[in-house]
Ligand binder design. Structure first.
Ligand code: ZN
Length: 153
C-alpha cells in the first residue's frame, strides 16, 4: 500500500468517524478557534493541560474532510505529550507539508506521516495545518481566532 492509498483510507476513516470530536472536556483549561477562509473550515480545539502535559484534547466545528481528519489525527497524537513535544511535533509536520524537498517522514511523526499525501494538493495544506495552528493558539492562551490567511508562519 503506498502513501496515497493509505492517505485516502485514513482521511476517509477519520472524516467519517472523527476521534475526540465533541464537547469541551470538563477539565479543559485551554481553547482556541481557527478558520480557514479559503476552504470555509471552522475548528474549535479544547485542551486539558496538567503539569505541562496534554491530558485531553477534543475538537468541534465544521470543515472539509482533510481539516476534520487532520484535527482527529491531531487530538490522538497530542494526548499524553508534553506541550513542548506537541510544538515540536507540529514543527516536523509543518516542515513535511511545506518544504519542497522534505522527506516523507522528517523525524518521528508516527501516524501523521499519512498527511504527506496532502502535498499533492497545495490548496489543502492549510486545511491540514488549521487544527494545528489552532492548537498552538490554545497552548499560547491566544484569544484571537486563528485565520490561515494571517497566521501562516
Ligand atoms: Zn478545508
Amino acid at each position: 500500500m503506498d502513501v496515497r492509498d493509505l492517505y485516502e483510507e485514513v482521511i476517509l476513516d477519520h472524516n467519517r468517524n472523527p476521534r475526540n470530536f465533541g464537547a469541551r472536556p470538563q477539565d479543559a483549561n485551554a481553547s482556541a478557534d481557527g478558520h480557514n477562509p479559503l476552504c470555509g473550515d471552522q475548528v474549535r480545539v479544547h485542551l486539558s493541560v496538567k503539569d505541562g502535559v496534554i491530558t485531553a484534547a477534543t475538537f468541534e466545528g465544521e470543515g472539509c474532510a482533510i481539516s476534520t481528519a487532520s484535527a482527529s489525527l491531531m487530538t490522538e497524537a497530542v494526548v499524553g505529550r508534553s506541550v513542548e513535544d506537541a510544538h515540536a511535533l507540529f514543527a516536523r509536520l509543518h516542515e513535511m507539508l511545506t518544504a519542497s524537498d522534505a522527506p516523507d517522514a522528517n523525524g518521528d511523526i508516527g501516524k501523521l506521516w499519512v498527511l504527506a499525501g496532502v502535498r499533492e494538493f497545495p490548496m489543502r495544506v492549510k486545511c491540514a495545518t488549521l487544527p494545528w495552528h489552532t492548537l498552538e493558539a490554545a497552548l499560547h492562551g491566544d484569544e484571537t481566532p486563528v485565520s490561515t490567511e494571517v497566521a501562516e508562519p
